[in-house]
Design a protein around this ligand. Structure first.
Ligand code: FDP
Length: 301
């Protein structure tokens, strides 16, 4: 497998090049793919045509990279074998229910130096693309966290495939702002356990609400302004909604590399030993002091 750091690793670079190269194609395809595809993903959720299109483009490009051993997607029940090397876990279109209302969505990427399922400690790099007013990509590896702007290469044609975009670093050392400003919590308030509700009441008296309903968009608010994002444990769904391998681990990796903290309510997300590829996890990420307070609040329950 790779050098187990991800830093300056040509395979990791090729993975993020491929994801960036496909971003313009995914964006172009979205207007016509706001409808349901007629299928459900392994978590029992309705898949939009946009999810399937992004999944197929990414599978083709990522399995063609030398050094990628497996492609694993939130939309597929099993891993796709690609030879020897890293396992790349993808949420092709995170927040895709925002497609109908034309709000932000993204692609989440986790590069693991192990066959999946594996704990987040096996990640060598992780990140996400954000299809906002600007297409950006946040890339984290052992060397740190960078924000890049992804732009279509004006000389590229549809046949250029993953070579069709340029990546420009706009911030080469992203760290979580010391003074937290924003929070965003998913799920319905009546479904939150009392201990989380109490924590939320404190946080909302201190910080500003920023919630759009796509994990990548809401996490990027925290990345930009500091604060806390949660998709918590729910009364009837103790594991919450988000998927550990495709969403929880990559986002926890990014936030921890930025100097923040992640938790499932009792410890770092990255320490969880998964049972299956599509395990869910309650996700809490943000400034360390806010995550410490969250763990203390849930512990008191
Ligand atoms: P979506 O279902 O639109 O793809 O796990 C996916 C996700 O969005 C997250 O991006 C988001 O944080 C969460 O689900 C929102 O779910 P609900 O609207 O069901 O609370």
């Amino acid at each position: 497998m790779g050098d187990a750091t991800g830093a300056n690793d040509p395979v990791v670079e090729a993975v993020f090049d491929a994801v960036a190269g496909i971003a313009p194609e995914i964006r172009d395809a979205l207007p016509g793919r706001r409808v349901e595809s007629g299928t459900e993903n392994p978590s029992g959720e309705t898949v939009l045509a946009g999810d399937m299109y992004a999944d197929e483009l990414l599978a083709d490009a990522l399995t063609a990279i030398d050094g990628v051993g497996a492609f694993v997607s939130e939309e597929r029940p099993e891993a796709t074998d690609a030879g020897e090397g890293y396992s790349v876990a993808i949420d092709p279109l995170d927040g895709s229910s925002n497609l109908r209302s034309n709000n932000t969505m993204g692609t989440v990427i986790g590069v693991y130096d192990a066959p999946l399922p594996a704990p987040g400690r096996d990640l060598v790099a992780a990140g996400y693309t954000l299809y906002g007013p600007i297409t950006t990509m946040v890339v984290a590896d052992e060397s740190g966290v960078r924000e890049e702007v992804v732009e279509r290469d004006p000389n590229a044609t549809g046949e250029d495939g993953p070579e069709g975009a340029s990546r420009s670093v706009v911030d080469e050392d992203l760290t979580l702002p010391d003074e937290p400003t924003v929070y965003g919590f998913g799920g319905r308030i009546p479904d939150w356990p009392d201990a989380f509700l109490e924590y939320a009441r404190e946080v909302e008296s201190e910080l500003k609400l920023r919630y759009g309903g796509s994990m990548v968009g809401d996490v990027n608010q925290v990345v930009t302004y500091g604060g806390v994002f949660a998709y918590p444990t729910l009364v009837d769904d103790p594991e919450g909604k988000l998927r550990l391998s495709f969403e929880g681990n990559p986002i926890a990796y990014v936030i921890e590399r930025m100097g923040g903290a992640s938790s499932d309510g009792s410890g770092s997300i990255l320490d969880i030993e998964p049972d299956g590829l599509h395990d869910r996890v309650p996700l809490y990420v943000g400034n360390e002091a806010l995550i410490d307070r969250l763990e203390a609040a849930l512990d008191d329950e």
